[in-house]
Design a binder for this molecule. Structure first.
Ligand code: FAD
Ligand code: SIN
Length: 521
């Protein structure tokens, strides 16, 4: 095992692997990843990867769609980078052997997803992430400079003299290790499991966001959580994602009376941006006091089981036929738009620490991510971070806009008792209740104050070493989300408040960030 690599990469999803490949020609790379190498959201990605490759498409059209979905908060420079650089990185995946669905003439076959004005989502049936992951892992395995250590749970970043110089981690036997490197990339994904209802795999608990914040890095936009509208809702079963590509291919949302109701809420009906479809589902379900269903029964010309084999299997397991039956759905937490603030090369505010993928916040997704832009983000910004990590470490460049404002509200003083009975299940249930799709002032105040108390007492979290570190991650992210959501007195993208239901560009047309306030005592 490499214990003193040149570069340390945390995570083994799309952002981590693409960064490691960019680094491999310049030094020894050590990848540390929490579970099996294939665990993480990347492998679970279904619908596809967005890129302006089609004859009817262009980066500028992709740019406009991304900005529209982002609800006024995307950073234009970051979006331009994503959509202009994206196609070449997707072509690279194809050149490496990614087996995407093809048109009869051999070109990759795009599907449509919500809020895309053309078909631009390239996919491998309904298991695109699995195929991309296979290809990237094969490239990594063929690179002798890269070592991958699995079941290595990173708990802390090591910061010396204001610089990140590596990370501390625990192996499968609970032994603590430290790995030092000239540059460290956080690519630990999002934070779905801070909530009880999520599409994300269990390893996705916000660790990277919490570790970076503790290390002094700036984090932003954590109030913007994306709820995927259509997640299988069968009591006692895992919340399995029912891809937006189903609606892209024509699936309809029906109420309990069999009525297609979406046009009553949104002109773009099933293909409106995710946050809007998700809220329409909740409203219709409340109005009818019954579940909402996804139906493909009218798509008689589509080979539903052939096009969506993975989703068909998941439905079959609960006794439903995707092609014929109404499938009960409701929203669940899917993606975090905010994260560790970076420049376009992945630099964070802490020299030596880089971030890419879902853990990072480049401003590319604004307040609501356009479907299938996340895999693309991981590829583009993972590769870009990997390309600069050999340079002398320095803090990130300023964003091109002046729309990033550091919050100066005081933070709770460290100390106090760990809240009675607080464990991971309680964090998740409370986060779902108080920081969910429809946020009330009472819920937000409760989240901010309860998680704030827990965060202040984080070093008294129950359990030894790793267990305590995992609890710290959950409460840190839940508190940062609660604090950010309470402070933003408007509704925009994934953040919807009953007391401020309108978007307010005059006062809230900017990003808010938090940096750990360290006290001299
Ligand atoms: P991930 O792929 O999540 O990888 C994070 C890695 O970090 C994992 O290897 C994990 O084990 C590791 N890790 C976490 N914590 C630690 C720790 N403490 N120590 C060490 N390692 C750690 N996006 C799209 O663009 N298109 C889609 O079709 C799509 N479908 C999706 C379907 C599902 C069900 C889900 C959950 C997400 C989907 N997304 C999709 C979103 C997208 O998959 C993710 O945003 C993206 O894959 C994130 O990539 P990443 O490299 O940042 O992180
Ligand atoms: C999906 O297939 O609906 C997920 C796509 C995404 O999250 O971008």
């Amino acid at each position: 095992m490499t214990t003193t690599p040149d570069f340390l990469v945390l995570g083994s999803g799309i952002a981590a692997l693409r960064a490691a490949l960019a680094l491999a020609s310049r030094g020894r790379v050590c990848i540390l990843t929490k579970g099996d190498p294939g665990q993480g959201s990347t492998v679970w990605a279904q619908g596809g990867i967005a890129a302006a490759l089609g004859d009817d498409d262009s980066p500028s059209l992709h740019y406009e769609d991304t900005l529209a979905a982002g609800d006024g908060l995307c950073e234009p420079g970051a979006v331009r980078m994503l959509v202009e650089a994206g196609p070449a990185y997707v072509e690279e995946l194809l050149a490496w052997g990614a087996a995407f669905d093809r048109l009869p003439d051999g070109r990759p076959s795009p599907t449509r997803e919500a809020a895309h004005s053309v078909r631009r989502v390239f996919h491998a049936e309904d298991a695109t992430g699995r195929e991309i992951s296979r290809v990237l892992h094969a490239q990594v395995a063929a690179a002798p400079a890269i070592t991958l250590v699995d079941h290595a749970i990173v708990s802390d970043l090591i910061v010396e003299g204001g610089r990140c110089v590596g990370a501390a981690w625990h192996d499968a036997d609970g032994m603590r290790h430290e790995t030092r490197a000239a540059a460290t990339l956080l690519a630990t994904g999002g934070a779905g499991h801070v909530f009880s209802q999520t599409t994300n795999p269990a390893v996705i608990t916000g660790d990277g966001m919490a570790m970076a914040f503790e290390a002094g890095a700036e984090v932003a936009d954590l109030e913007f959580v994306q709820f995927h509208p259509t997640v299988l809702d069968v009591p006692g079963r895992a919340r399995f994602l029912l891809s937006e590509a189903l609606r892209g291919e024509g699936a309809r949302l029906l109420n309990v009376h069999g009525e297609a109701f979406m046009t009553r809420y949104e002109a773009a009906a099933e293909l409106a941006p995710r946050d809007r479809v998700a809220r329409a589902i909740v409203r219709e379900s409340q109005r009818t006091a019954a579940p909402v269903y996804l139906s493909l029964a009218h798509l008689t010309g589509l080979d539903v089981h052939g096009r969506f084999p993975q989703i068909s299997d998941a439905c079959r397991e609960v006794g439903l036929d995707l092609a014929r039956d109404p499938i009960p759905v409701s929203p669940a937490v899917h993606y975090v738009m905010g994260g560790v603030v970076t420049d376009l090369d992945g630099r964070t505010s802490v020299p030596g620490l880089y971030a890419a993928g879902e853990v990072a916040c480049t401003g590319v997704h604004g307040a609501n991510r356009l479907a299938s832009n996340s895999l693309l983000e991981g590829l583009v910004f993972g590769a870009r971070a990997g390309a600069v990590m050999g340079e002398r470490p320095r803090a990130r460049d300023a964003w091109n806009s002046d729309r990033l404002v550091v919050c100066d509200q005081p933070m709770p003083a460290a100390g106090g008792a760990w809240p009675e009975g607080l464990d991971a299940a309680v964090v998740r249930a409370r986060a779902w209740r108080d920081l969910g799709l429809v946020r009330t002032p009472e819920g937000l105040r409760e989240a901010e104050s309860y998680f704030g108390r827990a965060w202040a007492a984080r070093f008294a979290a129950p359990g030894e070493g790793l267990a305590a570190a995992q609890m710290r991650s959950l409460v840190t992210v839940a508190w940062l989300m609660g604090r950010a959501a309470l402070r933003r007195e408007e509704s925009r993208g994934g953040h919807y408040r009953t007391d401020f239901p309108e978007r307010r560009d005059d006062t809230w047309g900017h990003h808010c960030s938090d940096v750990l306030q360290r006290r001299a005592d």
